[in-house]
Design a protein around this ligand. Structure first.
Ligand SMILES: [Zn+2]
Ligand SMILES: [Zn+2]
Length: 387
């Protein structure tokens, strides 16, 4: 019997089987239903799109992340990249939620949008803490002030805390946004957007005189209210000076943000970070950055190559960050300010190298939207994504 005869025989057996005939009819009906659904979706796409949009808009309007949080200290990342363009990361920005208040640490380009996308209400921002005045830590301040102002009808400007130099940064943004601060109240009215609430207000704090390593820098208290204590310590990010790290303590939990620094030239940082539940340190992977450098030089861009070489002398590797976290007895480490960009999570082990083996605790690479909750009355460290 040839192949054609076999096929014809099989068809004959199927067509004579009652079960097979029912199955064929059911399948034809299913296909017909799917075709009708697909055609209807195409014909009524505009109406269906409107319904979906209304549903999403209602969900978004009712979203208030802060209302859902357990008592404790909460940290989230609104920007985990650097000045090197990264499709998945805004520039430096983190938020701390302490009770009813929201604090922002640095305001790099693109980060304000991420605060809203995480479901955090911009009008609840109590203050911004700047680690230093490199562009990738301040570029979004104007937009941040605007979002807080127009969302909350605030009557006083957004407070920006920082070491010496914060007055100059704030004055520059206020000048750049001076016209916008006239246009918005003129359009919406003083009740909706009070003129007095636009812009930024500098709140400088003094640091002890700079010491020469190996002497240790000492910490100063820069904020103490509503159960939240914030201390700052000068770090070495020369020639960007002053540059500081911050320690936030609330509800018996502590998180430390290093800002940009070279940890090996910052004696005392491990004391500042001592016993933190979470240590957030910038991370630069020299071998991976070296690959980028070779490529930009090969394509005829020696300037960018030189910049990539220069940045090695004032940043920290993931391994060095893990070593200082272990020395400080920190419970967990997050590598932030990720250099070079990592377009996929698959690359994270190559970025971290030996870092995870050097700390008795979790070591993670920061991603935009990542959140860490430190509940009150426990040692728990809960990782999440608020996107
Ligand atoms: Zn930076
Ligand atoms: Zn910097």
């Amino acid at each position: 019997m040839n192949t054609i005869q076999k096929t014809q025989g099989l068809r004959a057996r199927i067509s004579s089987s009652p079960v097979a005939r029912v199955l064929i009819v059911v399948m034809m009906v299913l296909v017909l239903v799917l075709v009708v659904i697909a055609a209807s979706a195409r014909i009524f796409q505009a109406q269906l799109g409107q319904l979906v949009f209304e549903r999403l808009a209602t969900e978004r309007a009712q979203q208030d992340r802060m209302a859902t949080l357990a008592p404790g200290l909460h940290v989230a990342f609104c920007g985990t990249g650097s000045p090197i363009p990264d499709a998945t990361r805004a520039e430096s920005c983190a938020v701390v939620v302490a009770g009813e208040n929201l604090f922002v640490i640095d305001s790099g380009s693109g980060s304000t949008t991420n605060i809203a996308l995480m479901g955090l209400p911009p009008d609840r921002i109590k203050a911004v803490f700047l680690t230093h005045y490199h562009s990738d830590h301040i570029a979004d301040l104007g937009n941040l002030a605007l979002q807080r102002w127009v969302n909350g009808a605030h009557q006083s400007p957004l407070t920006v805390m920082g070491a010496t130099g914060v007055e100059q940064v704030v004055a520059g943004f206020n000048q750049a946004y001076a016209l916008d601060q006239i246009f918005r109240p003129a359009h919406h009215g003083e009740n909706i957007v009070p003129s007095s609430g636009g812009g930024l207000l500098a709140a400088p704090f003094a640091l002890p005189p700079r010491v020469t390593p190996p002497a240790k820098e000492s910490a100063v208290t820069v904020y103490d209210a509503d159960g939240l204590l914030v201390t700052a310590m000068r770090v070495d990010h020369a020639p960007a000076d002053p540059a500081v790290a911050y320690r936030f303590e609330y509800a018996g939990r502590a998180v430390v943000f290093s800002g940009d620094l070279i940890v090996s030239r910052t004696p005392g940082f491990e004391d500042f970070a001592r016993g933190a539940d979470l240590l957030v340190v910038e991370g630069l992977q020299p071998e991976m950055l070296g690959v980028l450098e070779e490529n930009v030089i090969a394509r005829g861009d020696p300037n960018l190559g030189a910049i990539m070489r220069d940045v090695l002398d004032y940043h920290t590797t993931p391994e060095d960050a893990a070593d200082v976290a272990q020395l400080a007895n920190a419970s967990a480490l997050i590598l932030n300010h990720v250099v070079p960009p990592l377009p996929s999570r698959f690359l994270e082990p190559a970025f971290l190298r030996d870092a995870p083996s050097r700390l008795d605790g979790p070591v993670r690479v920061a991603r935009d939207g990542m959140a860490v909750s430190l509940p009150q009355g426990s040692d728990d460290i809960r990782f999440d994504s608020w996107f």
